[in-house]
Design a protein around this ligand. Structure first.
Ligand code: BGP
Length: 480
C-alpha cells in the first residue's frame, strides 16, 4: 500500500436496505412487515421516539412511499449494472424477512421470495460484485409482533435462527459476508423502527429494550453457529450505529456523561464481539430497573459464537452535556445530545464531522482488535435535477471525500478497515422520515414524496467522482 491508496482488495461499494428500495410490498407472497406500517413524514418521526403504545396500522388514504420504494424489486438489473459501472466490489442490501417467511412462523419458506434474492445475488456475481447481506434491517414480520409480542418473546430467537439457516443453506457458496442485525444498538434509541418494540404507556422502556436485545444477541449467536456449520468460510458481522461522542465542555461531569453515553453502544458490541456483557452491565441494569430473564445456556452460547468483523454506520458525532436543561438540543441526532458549536449540520440537523470518523475507527479497533467495515456513511440532501439531466451534488462529494480521507488516515495509523459501502448509493426512502426527499445516492431516482415521477435513474456528478475513487483505489481523493 502506498500512502495515498487503500489496501489491496479493499471492498468499495454502496449500501441499501430491502424496505427502503424494493417496494412491491405485497408482491411475490411477501407478508406485511413492521416497516410497511410506519407512516411517512412527521408522524413517523414522532413514532421513532415516543411510540404509540400500540402497533401502528396502515392508514387508509395515506400515501406510503416505502410501499413502492424505488421499485428495485423490478429494476434490480438496471441498478446493479449502474453499480457495476461505478466499479463496485461489494453491494450491501438486506433480505426482507417477510419475503422468506411472510408471517415469521410459517411451516415452509416462500419459494418466490428465495428466488428473488437468488436473482439479485446472481446478477451481482455476474458483474463481479460481492453481496453483503443484512439478515434483518429495521423490519420483521408484523405477524410476529401481533402474535408473539415481537423480540420481547424468546420464541423469536428460534424463528430467527430458522430464517438465518434457510438463507445460509440457500445462498451457500454465493454469499460470504453477512450482518445479523442492522444498527442493533438503535433498539435503545428508536425501539419500534429498529426492533418492532411497542412500549406501553407507563411501562419501563429499558426492561423491554434490553430483554429484546438479549434475545437478539442469542439469535445472532445462533446465526453465527449455523454459519460455521454450514459455511465455515462465511464472515459474519455485527452492525452498530457508530459515532464519536464528545463532552461538550471540559467540565468533569460532561466527560462522565460522554462515557455513559458510549457505554450504551459498547454494551451491544461487547456482547457480540467479546462474548459477554461488560463489567458495568449489572449496575447499569440495576439503575434502570432491568431484570433480564436468561437461561443457563445463554452465557456459553454468547461466549462461543462471536462475530468475525464489526460493521458500523457513521453519519455524525454527538456532543453531550451533563446539564439536562441544556437549551441547544441536537434536533436531528437520533442519539440525542446537544449542538456542537464547532460543526456545521446537514439540512436535517445531522452535524458533519469527518475527524470523528477517524476517532470512531480508532476507538473500535483499540477496544476489539477486529476487522472493521464502514457499511453506512453519507449525506442526506434535497438534490435538484437540473435541465439536461444534471445533478450537481458537490456538497456530497465534499462530505464523502473528507470522510474517506480520514478513513485512509486511520488505515495508515494501523486500523484494519476492510471495506466501505456508502449509504443509499441510489436514492431511496429515508428511514427516519419515510420520504424520498432526503437523498443520498450517486444515482438520482425521479420520484417525489407524493409518488409522482417516472422512476428514471440519472447519474449524479458524484457518480463519476466515486467511480474515479474506486478506479484509483482512493488515490484520487483530495486531502482537503
Ligand atoms: C441508518 C439506517 C438506514 C438509513 C440511514 C440514514 O440508521 O441503518 O436504514 O436510512 O440510517 O438515515 P435516514 O434515512 O433517516 O436519513
Amino acid at each position: 500500500m502506498t500512502a495515498a491508496t487503500f489496501p489491496e482488495n479493499f471492498l468499495w461499494g454502496g449500501a441499501v436496505a430491502a424496505n427502503q428500495v424494493e417496494g412491491a410490498y405485497r408482491e411475490g407472497g411477501k407478508g406485511l412487515s413492521t416497516a410497511d406500517v410506519l407512516p411517512p413524514a412527521s408522524a413517523r418521526f414522532k413514532l421513532l421516539f415516543h411510540g404509540k403504545g400500540e402497533i401502528p396500522q396502515i392508514e387508509p388514504g395515506t400515501f406510503y412511499p416505502s410501499h413502492e420504494g424505488i421499485d428495485f424489486y423490478h429494476r434490480y438489473k438496471e441498478d446493479i449494472a449502474l453499480f457495476a459501472e461505478m466499479g463496485f466490489k461489494v453491494f450491501r442490501t438486506s433480505v426482507a424477512w417477510t419475503r422468506i417467511f411472510p408471517n415469521g412462523d410459517d411451516e415452509a419458506p416462500n419459494e418466490e421470495g428465495l428466488k428473488f434474492y437468488d436473482n439479485v445475488i446472481d446478477e451481482l456475481l455476474k458483474h463481479g460484485i460481492e453481496p453483503l447481506l443484512t439478515i434483518s434491517h429495521f423490519d420483521m414480520p408484523l405477524a410476529l409482533l401481533e402474535n408473539y409480542g415481537g423480540w420481547r418473546n424468546r420464541e423469536l430467537v428460534k424463528l430467527y435462527e430458522r430464517y438465518a439457516r434457510t438463507l445460509f443453506e440457500r445462498y451457500k457458496g454465493k454469499v460470504k459476508y453477512w450482518i445479523t442485525f442492522n444498527e442493533i444498538n438503535m433498539l435503545a434509541h428508536i425501539p419500534f423502527i429498529s426492533g418492532g418494540i411497542v412500549i406501553a404507556e407507563g411501562e419501563n422502556k429499558a426492561q423491554a429494550v434490553y430483554q429484546s436485545a438479549h434475545h437478539q444477541f442469542l439469535a445472532s449467536a445462533l446465526a453465527v453457529k449455523a454459519a460455521r456449520e454450514l459455511r465455515p468460510e462465511a464472515m459474519i458481522g455485527c452492525m452498530v450505529a457508530g459515532g464519536a461522542t464528545y463532552p461538550l465542555t471540559s467540565k468533569p461531569e460532561d466527560s462522565l456523561e460522554a462515557m455513559e453515553h458510549d457505554r450504551i453502544t459498547q454494551l451491544f458490541t461487547d456482547v457480540m464481539v467479546k462474548g459477554s456483557y461488560p463489567y458495568y452491565a449489572a449496575d447499569f441494569f440495576r439503575k434502570k430497573n432491568v431484570q433480564l430473564q436468561t437461561e443457563p445456556e445463554d452465557a456459553e452460547l454468547l461466549r462461543r459464537y462471536t462475530v468475525d468483523f464489526i460493521s458500523f454506520s457513521y453519519y455524525t458525532s454527538t456532543a453531550v452535556s451533563s446539564d439536562p436543561e441544556h437549551p441547544d438540543k441536537a434536533s436531528g441526532n437520533l442519539f440525542g445530545g446537544v449542538v456542537n458549536p464547532y460543526l456545521k449540520a446537514s439540512d436535517w440537523g445531522w452535524q458533519i464531522d469527518p475527524l470523528g470518523l477517524r476517532y470512531a475507527l480508532h476507538q473500535l479497533y483499540e477496544r476489539y482488535g477486529k476487522p472493521l467495515f464502514i457499511v453506512e456513511n453519507g449525506l442526506g440532501a434535497s438534490d435538484v435535477l437540473e435541465p439536461g439531466d444534471v445533478v450537481n451534488d458537490d456538497y456530497r462529494i465534499d462530505y464523502l471525500n473528507r470522510h474517506l480521507a480520514e478513513a485512509r488516515k486511520a488505515i495508515e495509523e494501523g486500523v484494519e478497515l476492510i471495506g466501505y459501502t456508502s449509504w443509499g448509493c441510489i436514492d431511496l426512502i429515508s428511514a427516519s422520515t419515510g420520504e424520498m426527499k432526503k437523498r443520498y445516492g450517486y444515482i438520482y431516482v425521479d420520484r417525489d414524496n407524493d409518488g409522482s415521477g417516472s422512476l428514471r435513474r440519472v447519474r449524479k456528478k458524484s457518480f463519476h467522482w466515486y467511480k474515479q475513487v474506486i478506479a484509483t483505489n482512493g488515490a484520487s481523493l483530495s486531502e482537503e
